[in-house]
Design a protein around this ligand. Structure first.
Ligand SMILES: *Cc1c(COP(=O)(O)O)cnc(C)c1O
Length: 459
């Protein structure tokens, strides 16, 4: 689709709608003439140039990508109206789009019933899930793995809830035996399983965690902020197919968080939290003298902790899901390309004399180390730093990120490398764009050239 054409069409459509309400003369206090705007805009676009090319496959660093053009157009059109999805009076159209989009996410996870809403981020979505966890099991501990997102320990502190981490296995997944030992204390109210860790893309065994948690009467929350849309590939055939068990188990968990602003092609400002049991709405009850005039089943603001909420974010997600629905043949194809790219790059790395996999990618995060004759963690860490600098300074830069691995994690994967540091960096690339499917060979060759250059330069 032609972004320029449809962005102009979005402005036209909103203007046409506005005209049905009659024209309003602009107040002089708001007037900005085109020449002054041109100067400010020139400076502004120049400033925006100070960015990394998130849209391009030479950007293989953090979880970042440009939004789908449909999301951008949907966001622009709705934002010109500027609905507030706190209540239906804030914008009936985008309120309904939010409900429909959330229902589609609930269906994707196989929830038979649900209560859910969009949030401004995965952080806020997880905060809400942990808040409900606290209300349902007051005084009890919340468990999550050592590889869980840092937001869980931080939000437990915010909520005044006791929390503990559970060790991970040699793939970076929650160790279920260690979990079981923690459960025996009888003090655990909720276990957080991560379906796709932020660092390595490891998928906790949600099915085993659920079985253990149920045996001890604890709840399970799934943090699928990054990995959630991979549910679409559970049990699929081909190289992109994933073992179905952890993903299918999400349907039986108590709550789940997913970030459409990660794998859902949305601009930032779009997370989501879903509860399987709609009656948890009672923990959101509040009585505001000014917000709700019309009785509606439940206003979105009556089931969320945030007040003002972007209607444009809901509009962008709704329009995107109309075109690329949350099905294996819709958005699933985008995810399959990312996953295929990761599998292909991993096999190129395995047969390379210059790179070594840190571990097999489980989703689309590839982690590796340069092979430059190093025999210790400190040597690897120094080589990673050099590759990283070389990649940034190259004539055609490659954008990578790093992941800090502990001595124990290193020893579990690479016992031949001396554990002379408490932690060392490895290179981490999130292949979060389908374009990587046809770009990994190129990326691999460019990265090999960087390692060769660093190795040749010596210490
Ligand atoms: C990104 C992420 C978060 C935090 O989400 P934000 O949208 O960045 O606030 C939480 N958990 C996991 C697993 C994530 O990948």
């Amino acid at each position: 689709m032609d972004l320029q054409r449809w962005a102009a069409e979005a402005v036209r459509a909103v203007n046409a709608w506005a005209a049905t309400h009659g024209t309003v003369d602009e107040h002089p206090s708001m007037t900005v003439d085109d020449d002054r705007f041109a100067a400010a805009f020139h400076e502004f676009t120049h400033r925006l140039g100070d960015n990394y090319p998130f849209f391009h496959p030479s950007y293989a660093g953090h979880m970042m990508r440009a939004p789908h053009p449909a999301a951008a157009v949907g966001h622009l059109a709705a934002m010109l109206i500027n609905p507030n999805n706190h209540s239906f009076e804030g914008g009936p159209a985008t309120g309904r789009m939010e409900q429909e989009s959330v229902a589609q996410l609930a269906a994707m996870f196989g929830f038979d019933t649900h209560l859910g809403h969009l949030t401004s981020s995965g952080t806020i979505a997880n905060l809400e899930a942990l808040y409900i966890a606290r209300e349902l099991s007051p005084g009890k501990t919340i468990l999550f793995s050592e590889e869980a997102h840092f937001t869980h320990s931080r939000m437990c502190r915010v909520l005044g809830v006791q929390s503990q981490t559970v060790p991970v296995d040699s793939h970076g997944r929650m160790d279920v035996d260690a979990l079981e030992r923690r459960m025996r204390t009888g003090q655990v109210g909720t276990v957080v399983a991560t379906a796709g860790t932020t660092g390595l893309g490891a998928v906790d065994p949600v099915h085993d965690i659920l079985e253990v948690a149920q045996r001890y009467g604890a709840r399970v929350h799934v943090d699928a902020a990054y990995g959630g849309f991979y549910t679409l590939l559970a049990g699929a055939s081909g190289p992109a197919g994933l073992a179905p068990e952890p993903w299918q188990a999400i349907a039986r968990c108590d709550s789940v968080v997913i970030d459409p602003h990660k794998h859902g092609l949305q601009p930032y400002g779009c997370g989501a939290v879903l509860f399987r049991e709609p009656s948890v709405s009672r923990f959101y009850v509040h009585d505001s003298p000014y917000t709700y005039c019309t009785p509606a089943a439940l206003h979105l603001g009556e089931i969320s902790l945030e007040c003002s909420k972007s209607g444009a974010a809901a509009a962008a997600l709704w329009l995107t899901l109309r075109l690329l629905p949350a099905t294996r043949d819709g958005l699933g194809k985008v995810l399959a390309a990312c996953r295929t790219a990761a599998v292909s790059w991993a096999s190129l790395i395995e047969s390379s004399a210059l790179l070594r996999l840190y571990q097999q990618p489980e989703l689309d995060i590839v982690t590796w180390l340069p092979v430059t004759g190093e025999t210790t963690m400190s040597g690897v860490d120094a080589a990673v730093e050099k590759v990283f600098a070389e990649a940034r300074n190259a004539a055609h830069p490659v954008y990578l990120s790093t992941f800090k691995a502990t001595r124990a994690a290193f020893a579990a994967r690479h016992p031949d490398l001396g554990g002379d540091l408490a932690e060392a960096r490895v290179v981490r690339s999130v292949l979060m764009k389908p374009e990587f499917e046809h770009y990994v060979t190129d990326l691999h060759m460019r990265v090999e050239a960087l390692v060769r250059a660093v190795g040749a330069a010596g210490p």
